[in-house]
Design a protein around this ligand. Sequence first.
Ligand SMILES: C[S@@+](CC[C@H](N)C(=O)[O-])C[C@H]1O[C@@H](n2cnc3c(N)ncnc32)[C@H](O)[C@@H]1O
Length: 302
Amino acid sequence: MKTADHITVMLNEAVEQLKVTPKNWYVDCTFGAGGHTGLILEKGGNVIAFDFDQEAIDVGKAKFAKEIEAGKLILIRENFDKLTQTIKHLQEINSIDAISGVLFDFGTSTDQLMADDRGFSFSNEQADLDMRMDNRLGVKASDLLKVLNAKELARIFREFGGEEKANAIAKVIVRMREQNSQQLETVGGLVKAISMAGRHQRGRLHPATKVFQALRIVVNDEMSNIENALPQALELIKPGGRIVTIAFHEGEDRLAKYAFTNWEVQGQGIRITHKAQTPSEEEIAENSRSRSAKLRVFERNI
Ligand SMILES: C[S@@+](CC[C@H](N)C(=O)[O-])C[C@H]1O[C@@H](n2cnc3c(N)ncnc32)[C@H](O)[C@@H]1O
């Protein structure tokens, strides 16, 4: 399996916003390669970290063996939409008191995107069109291409990918599967459909980028996981505690923005960021993947 090393986005900004106090507990909902978790630990905080990808957990357990052994890090393979029940359970069996902050760095890691056998990357055309970050999920991207009608496919490509040729691509997919549905079981099959629909390279973006992003979001139920988890995070943190979100997709960022604004109106706390914080020019120059990141912060006051 080929992987690439994930570079943590807005590392210092996100951890600074959590205002880490030594020995307090923080929840990292999206452990990934553990960049944010590592810095919280360095600052003396304790961390409960979630990731629903077994590979991220396996690598993390080896990388942070000392901290896990010392009881400073609890690493769990779980969907962050089960935040409340998981933390409650942990609090019953460990001496964990209140939670001082929760961090979300939404989406996929570069390790996942570049792995050539998981269906996220265009580099291996033979790869199974899978795209599940959590391989316990029941539906792969190729299953969606087989069961959804052209209208539903087009809506997904438009809504979650912003794909301008959504209708044309959806129609080609339906035509291809009527001829032979096996064609759409691989990365190469979908890339071919996108090219047949007249979607060609413009600028640096691969022509399949938007459709792949849209399918990935739907396969992993990314929007509803965020919608379900944000109110749980608010319930979980103690007064003065903060929630920090980093989003790369407009829709994900909108969920955090609306939740934080509503909570402020309800008097639950204040938005620390009225306008989203963005990466520095230096960070964007060093890691172009960071360019679309938006960071938001909410502080609970009751
Ligand atoms: C952008 S990466 C996080 C990178 C991390 N902050 C770092 O510094 O390395 C997102 C990670 O969150 C995980 N993830 C995405 N949605 C999740 C969910 N609903 N529950 C648990 N983990 C999730 C992914 O598997 C991926 O490893």
